[in-house]
Design a protein around this ligand. Sequence first.
Ligand SMILES: Cc1cc2nc3c(=O)[nH]c(=O)nc-3n(C[C@H](O)[C@H](O)[C@H](O)COP(=O)(O)OP(=O)(O)OC[C@H]3O[C@@H](n4cnc5c(N)ncnc54)[C@H](O)[C@@H]3O)c2cc1C
Length: 409
Amino acid sequence: MDWFLPEKLEKLKSIGGGASLAVLGCGPAGLETAIYGSILGFKVRIIEKARLGENLMRWGHARCFTPWGENTSSLGREILHRLRLEQARRSMDTIQTGRSLTTDYIEPLLASQLLQGALETGKSVLRIGLVEPTPAVGQTSAFLLLTRLQDGKEKMEEADFVADCTGTYGNPRWFGPAGLPAPGEAAARGRIVYGLEDILGESKAYFSGKSTIVVGNGLMAAATVSRLALLARENPATWVTWISHKPSALPIARVPNDPYRERDQLAAEANTLASRGENHVEFFPGMKIQQVDWLGEDAGFRLVCNGPMGVKSFEGERLVCHRGFMPDTVLWRELGVPLDPVREEFGRELSHPPRLSGFDVIGSKRNGRRPGYLMKNAQNQIRAFFSRITRQPQLDLYKLCEAKGNLHS
Ligand SMILES: Cc1cc2nc3c(=O)[nH]c(=O)nc-3n(C[C@H](O)[C@H](O)[C@H](O)COP(=O)(O)OP(=O)(O)OC[C@H]3O[C@@H](n4cnc5c(N)ncnc54)[C@H](O)[C@@H]3O)c2cc1C
């Protein structure tokens, strides 16, 4: 690590004092937490159930709307600079895909000396338990993690500190009334598409020439409908039935004076498709889903909805549901912290995720069900976590790094 820190910052390494920090999940938030912790001298392990940047890779055929300078941290860019990688000179305004963000940022940082050997892929954390109530640097392990490898082998592992950065994409929201699964939804779950598929690429054959029901009124729904509309130009047998539970005739709420041009363009384009009823897209607002039936391989799905004109049924060979995601709180169940039920519908949010002195939730999971989380939001959470566990309220490595001459030797 000496190559990273000039002498005047050498003392940072003693702050963590080799205490073990388990970072759960290797998405953007897990990566940034691991960088910060390693610079402070924590012994960092990143436990990832799939591969590095799993979720970015899944939607990564699409372009980000936030630029390179916001998706990356000053600490990460500093390491790229020291590795003399070409992307270290990239303009902060560059827009790139999720996949290239993974290959240009997450991958080289994990391969750097700072994080070498820290990543353990193909291992899920199933539960977190608390052994000692108040850990501090220098004490013995406070947390137990039950982990499972892909071959099914399970074991208990220890950590002094734990950062849950497992995101929410593994846990789609149900789309029935009151946030419950609609009757039939649970049984059909394995056949419903919840992620952003590469409709014009890898998944083209699955959607081309088919009728697809799309549920949702956020940016993922906008992206799916826009791509299906393009597919319908190529293959006119492609049809889209777009259902939103909100009554607005324009499904996507645009951000006034949106600073992100790509996001606003997508929203405007999707609203145009919904309002004009062109390009084989039919839009139905105000639809509350009551029932989901899987009718078999040939017929696909039937959705029964309550709408402005009463009960209406929709049929489609494919079903894509973009009603958002929710945090999997089962991981923390044994920590004994009071949890608010996260019920967006009643205006309550996961505003106070569990906070024990050695544990925190960082990244999109911390946002609960609220949409609108951006990768850059993790930095404040990371700073607060490390200030707390090191008992150094003023500690701010990002600021140190940005201050000219501090990390650049
Ligand atoms: C189409 C699309 C476009 C987007 N564009 C942008 C954008 O332009 N700008 C922006 O800021 N954000 C954007 N986002 C949101 C962005 O993807 C998220 O903000 C970001 O991925 C959240 O990072 P995270 O590290 O919190 O979670 P994730 O990226 O979800 O990472 C969580 C990781 O934890 C792993 N994991 C899950 N459960 C376990 C477990 N039990 N044990 C071990 N590992 C586990 C997962 O495999 C995953 O690798 C976009 C999202 C989508 C879908």
